[in-house]
Structures are given as C-alpha cells and as structure tokens.
Design a binder for this molecule. Structure first.
Ligand code: ADP
Ligand code: ZN
Length: 622
C-alpha cells in the first residue's frame, strides 16, 4: 500500500488506542493520509463524511473506531454479494464480524441476531433494505451501537450512477439514534455529489474529510478505437500477460463477444452482466476474486466494492457516460499501489450512440441536460491534448501539474489546424440540408467528401453536390476523427435514431471563418506507450527482488494459494502481495521478527507464523 502520505509512526503507543489497534489487529505501523484524524474524530463521537479515492484506506476509518468504542459498529453496505468476503477478511484478523442479508436462511439470521444481542459482535454489516423493516430497527434498539458507517455513500445520490432508493431512508438513523456517531464514506469526488450526500444523509454539520483523489500508480491512456478487440489484445499481450484485470463493455452482447474472443486467444476471461443468472454471476465473481490472473469482462454492473488489491488493468471498450463513472471504474485498478493501467478506446460511433441514448432517455429536459453535461466532460477528457490526470483531477476540483504517467504526458499529442477540414465537413452537412432537405449520418457525409460513388451516393445523386469530392486530402479514418472531435466540442450534433448530423449554434462561427479549430492527430495504431514488458506487472514487481528472494516470494505465493483454497477465501484475505514481498526480502528468522512486517497482526501471526518461519527455513530446491 503506497498511496497517501504516511503519518504518525505508532511505535510505543497505548495498545488499546487507535495506533495500538492498527498494529495489533491489522499489522500496520502507520496511518495513511487522514485516517488517524478521522478515526479520532469518530472515536470522540463526531459525525464524519469521508471522501477518499479507492484504495485510500476508508475501511479502517470505521473499523478501528468500532473496535474501540463500546458496542457494535453497524455498517450499511449495498454490496450483499461481497459481505461474506468482507466478514471473512475481518475474521481472519480476529475481529468479531457478521452480516445480515437476504442470502442467509432464517436459522443463520437468528444466530447472527443472537450474537449481536449478546454483545459478541464488533461489526455488523447490513444491506440498506434491512433498515426498512421495523423488526430490524427494533433489533438494533436492543443492543449498544458504537457507530453507523454508511459505505458507498454516493448511492444516496439520485443523479449518480449507483442510486439505491433504500439509501434515502438512512437520513432517519440520526433521529432514532441521535447520540450514535455516523460516518459516511465514498470514493465519488465531485463537489455536487458531495453536497448532495451531505444534505440527503443529514451530514451538513458533520466534519468533512476530503483526501486528494490522485491515484499516481494508475497510468491513464485513451485511444481512438479502430479495431477495439485487436487493440485490447495487444495491450493484454504486450503489457499485462498473466495479470488480473477488468474489461468494461456497454452491452451484454459485447461482454459475451469480448470474453469469448479473449478465451479464443488464450487469455482466461469470464463474463459478467445482468442477463446472466444470479448463480453464474456469483460464481464468476468468486473466481475472479479467488484465482490469479483472470480477466473479468463486464458491464458496469460489476465492480462496486470489489476490494481485490491486485487488479492490474481496467480497460473500457466503450465510452463511459461520465467522468465520475470512469474514475470509479478505473479506480478499481492498482489498489495495492503498484503500477496499473487504465485504458479506454473510443470512437465516433460511441459519441453518436451516447448522444442518442440521452435523447431517448426518460426524464425531463433538466435531466437530459445533466446527462449531456456529463458526456461533454467525458468527451473533453478524451480529446484533451493536456495531461489526462490534471484534467481528471481538475474535474474534481483539484489542481495538478502534468503527471508524467499518462499517454499525453508520455507522448504529447500532435495538433493540426483543422479549420478548413471542419468547414468542409460542416458545409457538406449544411448543403445536404439546404439544397436537398436531407440529413445523413457521418458515413454518408464522409463518402461525399471523399468523392465515393457508392450505391447510396448514386441513389441520392449526391455526386452533383458542390461539396462532392472536396475532402480527398484526408483518409476516411481522419475524417471520422474530425467528425468525432467536432461532435465532442459541440460544433456538430447528432439527432434522431439514425445518428444524423446537424449543425449547432456554434457551427456558424466555424463556417464563417471566425473560429480556428485545432484538432488532435489520430495516432497511428502502432504508437504505444513507451514501456512495453512481456511479463505483466505482477511478475515485474517480483523481479525487482533479488533472485533468492524472488524464489522465496514465489514459494510464499504457492503456500498462500493452497491456504486460500483450503479455507475458501481469496488469497489476499490471507496476505497481500506486498506483505509476502516484504517477508521474502527481509527473511525474518523468528516470530518476533515476523511480527514487525507490515500486514501481520496478532491473529495472523498466531495462525500462520510458524508455517511461514518453517517455509523460510526449508532448504530451497534448485
Ligand atoms: P478503500 O475502501 O478506501 O478503497 P481500503 O480500506 O480497502 O480502501 O484499503 C485499501 C488497501 O490499503 C487495503 O488493502 C488495506 O489493507 C490497505 N491499508 C489501509 N490502511 C492501511 C495502513 N494504515 N497501512 C497500510 N495499509 C493500509
Ligand atoms: Zn499526465
């Protein structure tokens, strides 16, 4: 874990205090970022709204106060499918944790309720819909509650991408339990969403903790899409061989197609979308979390709350609807702080499709305007010639310098004066409309500019237009790039079901020569990010260890895989890669030395300590 500033070493602290619990239970020596401040505030009974990026260490912000304050910490989380894993991970640390949700039968629920009433739980995870039942509220009345943690708090935002109506009821927690502190946490960063969360959850007077949203280990890359599946395969083969990752697609059909394509090309991949039955979805998710090196091909229905630390890449084959969504999804890469890639391929068809979806969407004009504004911000990110990270962080209200770890920083975009090209394209659209009372999509307009006598051009007699053949200096691909960029900037628009092109208010200034249009060159498909490794980042990270230690690291991973399999838990629940790497590098000879490694608390030391010391002492084969 390397994101966030490391503060306050905990050596020699009160073992019952926050720093003591951090060392004893979680095995960590120092807090990350604002963790300590948040924890102390909540221990003192204060309400908090915590905004930290994915991987920022939000969980400890409520887990440690729940361990220290008397009573059970109640965690509201929409992630029913992940509660078992979350609770398993806590139990592996010796924390008394449980959950109540619809996956349990009546007997399991009763047993859990009994534990809660007996005061035998440090943490109880609840799905938000549980709180609608009066019986749950009465249950909570009957035992001491140390705090309410509202995880994934952006689910309360109606305009956000993960809205859950049940979250709206959470504002009532405060009325029923006025003296219990509440801590709401999310990785969604915009000011508007933050304000909405605070007001809907009655947290306006709570203390707000806002961390930097930068994820410096993620390399952002956005490419125009030519042959998306080929581009994806090249990325995976050249840079992420054997790595775990997520590929997002817009539709169920493209999820299935992409997963099958990767499988055919020797890359183990699983599909995930709402059309699969619940059992298959759960099974695929479990495999992704438990096995190494699987690629999950999914719609955006997948991923919230997935805390797999070693997702090495997130690829988008279709344009996301908003920068918030894109940032959340890409944020699932590299939670462990090691290098990771966020790759997005997008093209003209994406822009047309998304605009069409907005036109067809339900809701009033204000709603459609908002969707449009979201899309415009996403397009601006795609077409920027400046640092992607600076643009992203700027969107979230943070200033940043060029980062040196995104595609535009690594190979600066070339621009060209596209004013004349833009005028040609816009005047083709204008003439079709003025002279023929016709509207067409980009394909036909480009055929006209290129002077192609296609059957459709002949049918409509478009060869007789004065703009026919005036654009032969550019290729079809370049024209598509021009159209895409004009659409992205609102100098051109699409309308109706067929994506027909129409002029906008701003088109006039281009046609009149009052406005210069600088365009981004379409990069050749061969232009790749500077660094290409054939091994994948996981192997690369291991390779940074000295040879002997690298061998030990591999043996530790094999041991961990067997232990994880035996217990039916994800490998990272046992130990993170970073912990194994440190063990391999330092080769502790005693339990006392082992206890000093980051990520080894008391429970894990007691459970695995002997095995690890033995494994380290074994003579190495070869
Ligand atoms: P978030 O919920 O904000 O995405 P998590 O709570 O899952 O982040 O933490 C991200 C990772 O960082 C986890 O693997 C966690 O074990 C690790 N982590 C959290 N706090 C610390 C710390 N103080 N020192 C070292 N690692 C930490
Ligand atoms: Zn950059």
């Amino acid at each position: 874990m390397t994101t966030g500033a490391v503060t306050s070493p905990t050596a020699g602290q009160d073992p019952g205090g926050a720093a003591g619990v951090l060392r004893r239970v979680f095995g960590y020596d120092s807090f990350l970022g604002a963790q300590q401040e948040v924890i102390e505030h909540v221990i003192g009974g204060g309400d908090a709204l915590v905004l930290m990026p994915t991987g920022g260490g939000k969980s400890l912000c409520y887990q440690i106060p729940a361990l220290i304050r008397p009573g059970t910490g109640v965690v509201i989380s929409p992630l029913i499918a992940l509660m078992q894993d979350q609770v398993d991970a806590l139990r592996a640390l010796g924390v008394r944790a449980g959950f109540l949700n619809s996956t349990q039968d009546a007997g399991q629920r009763r047993a859990m309720e009994a534990d809660f009433l007996a005061g035998d739980l440090d943490l109880l995870y609840l799905a938000p819909e549980r709180l609608r039942a009066e019986s749950t509220l009465r249950l909570l009345d009957r035992a001491a509650i140390s705090l309410f943690a509202i995880d994934e708090a952006h689910c309360v935002s109606q305009w956000g991408h993960d809205f859950r109506p049940d979250y709206l009821a959470l504002s009532a927690l405060h009325e029923r339990w006025p003296s219990v502190p509440r801590i709401a946490l999310t990785a969604t960063a915009t000011r508007a969403t933050r304000a909405e969360i605070a007001s809907r959850l009655n947290l306006e007077s709570a203390r707000h903790f806002v961390a930097s949203f930068d994820r410096p280990n993620i390399r952002y890359r956005i490419e125009p899409k030519a042959e998306p599946l080929r581009q994806l395969l090249t990325l995976l083969r050249n840079e992420h061989q054997g790595d775990a990752g997520i590929v997002y697609c817009l539709s169920r059909a493209s999820v299935e197609k992409t997963a099958a394509f990767l499988e055919r090309n020797g890359i183990p991949a699983l599909p995930y979308h709402a059309g699969l039955d619940g059992r298959t979805r759960t099974a695929n998710q479990a495999r992704f979390l438990r096995e190494d090196g699987l690629v999950m091909v999914a719609t955006i229905a997948f991923g919230m709350g997935i805390d797999k630390p070693d997702v090495r890449f997130v690829a988008h084959l279709d344009l996301p609807k908003s920068v918030e969504g894109y940032y959340q999804e890409t944020g699932r890469a590299g939670r462990d702080g090691l290098p990771a890639t966020a790759w997005l391929g997008y093209g003209l068809a994406d822009v047309v499709l998304q605009r069409r979806l907005i036109d067809a969407s339900e809701g009033d004009l204000a709603h459609r305007r908002r969707l449009s504004a979201h899309l415009d911000a996403m397009l601006a990110l795609c077409e920027t010639v400046e640092c992607r990270r600076a643009q992203l962080l700027g969107y979230f209200g943070e200033a940043a310098e060029p980062c040196g770890n995104c595609d535009t920083c690594l190979s600066p975009a070339q621009t060209w004066d596209g004013t004349v090209a833009a005028q040609k394209l816009l005047s083709a659209v204008l003439r079709l409309h003025r002279e023929r009372h016709q509207r067409f999509g980009a394909g036909q307009v480009i055929d006209i500019l290129l002077g192609r006598k296609t059957p459709k051009v002949i049918e409509h007699d478009h060869a007789s237009l004065s703009v026919f053949g005036i654009g032969e200096e550019l290729t079809e691909k370049e024209w598509r790039g021009v159209a895409r960029q004009l659409l992205a900037r609102g100098l051109l628009a699409v309308q109706g079901d067929y994506g027909t092109l129409v002029l906008t208010e701003d088109s006039g200034s281009v046609l009149a020569g009052q406005r210069q249009v600088l365009l981004r060159h379409e990069p050749a498909p061969a232009a790749r990010a500077a660094r290409v490794s054939r091994t994948g980042r996981a192997a690369e990270a291991a390779a940074e260890l000295p040879a002997a230690a690298a061998g030990v690291f591999e043996r530790l991973r094999t041991w961990r895989a067997a232990a994880a399999k035996e217990q039916g838990v994800p490998a990272y629940v046992i130990f993170h890669d970073a912990t194994l790497r440190q063990i391999a590098a330092e080769s502790p000879a005693s339990l006392a030395e082992l206890a000093r490694i980051s990520g080894i608390g008391e429970a894990k030391l007691a459970r695995y300590g002997e095995q690890i010391i033995e494994l380290l002492a074994e003579p190495q084969a070869g």
